[in-house]
Design a binder for this molecule. Structure first.
Ligand SMILES: Cc1cc2nc3c(=O)[nH]c(=O)nc-3n(C[C@H](O)[C@H](O)[C@H](O)COP(=O)(O)O)c2cc1C
Length: 169
C-alpha cells in the first residue's frame, strides 16, 4: 500500500517524542483504553511500513490489545500534553475511564477500529500483523535483571502503518 512520502520525515518527530511519551490507544469489543508508551520502533518489515509497540502483561491495555485487530499511536508534538502523558502513564483503565478523568478526546480513526487521540500532532493507525511475547532467559542478562526482575515481560505488537498523518495539535 502506498505510504505518504512524508513518512520518512515524520519519523524524526516520532523518535524525538517517543522517549517522552506517546498515546497507545486500543479498542477491543466495546472497550477502549489508552496508555502512555515510551518504547517502540518504526521501520519496514515484510516490505510494509511497520510500528512495533511493547505492552507488559500487567497493563489493562494488554487485556484489550491481545484480542484487538489494530491500535493507534498518537504523538503530541512541541511538548504538548506533558501532564496528560504522565497521568495516562500512571493510572490504569482498570480503575477509571482515562478519557473522562483526564479530559482526553478520542476521535474516530480514518482506517482502523481503534480511535486516535485528538489534539496530538502526529497520528499512526496500525493494523496488527504479528505479536511476539518475550521469551524469558534470552535477553542480555543486565537488561533482563534491570527491566524484568519481577517477570512482568512485554509482548511486542507489530502493526502495519495503514495511515499516518499530521493532525491539529
Ligand atoms: C513515559 C512513559 C512511558 C511508558 N512506556 C511504556 C511502554 O512502552 N510499555 C508499557 O507496557 N508501559 C509503559 N508505561 C507505563 C504505562 O503507561 C502505565 O503502566 C499505564 O498506567 C498502563 O495503563 P493501563 O493499565 O490502562 O493499560 C509508560 C509510562 C510512562 C509514564
Amino acid at each position: 500500500m502506498p505510504i505518504r512520502s512524508e513518512y520518512i520525515n515524520d519519523v524524526a518527530d516520532f523518535l524525538k517524542q517517543l522517549p517522552l511519551g506517546a498515546f497507545l490507544t486500543v479498542k477491543s469489543g466495546n472497550k477502549i483504553n489508552t496508555m502512555t508508551i515510551g518504547w517502540g520502533s518504526i521501520g519496514f518489515i515484510w516490505r510494509r511500513p511497520m510500528m512495533m509497540v511493547m505492552v507488559r502483561y500487567s497493563r489493562f491495555t494488554h487485556e484489550l490489545i491481545k484480542d484487538a485487530t489494530d491500535f493507534s499511536v498518537s504523538v503530541p508534538l512541541d511538548g504538548h500534553l506533558k501532564k496528560t502523558l504522565a497521568e495516562v502513564g500512571s493510572k490504569s483503565g482498570r480503575d477509571l475511564n482515562k478519557f473522562d478523568a483526564f479530559e482526553i478526546t478520542p476521535e474516530a480513526a480514518r482506517s482502523i477500529n481503534s480511535p486516535v487521540i485528538a489534539d496530538c500532532g502526529l497520528i499512526y493507525e496500525c493494523r496488527i500483523l504479528y505479536k511476539q511475547p518475550m521469551e524469558p532467559g534470552i535477553l542480555d542478562e543486565v537488561l533482563e535483571d534491570k527491566w524484568y526482575h519481577d517477570k512482568d515481560y512485554h509482548v511486542l505488537y507489530y502493526g502495519e502503518i495503514v495511515a499516518n498523518y499530521k493532525n491539529r495539535g
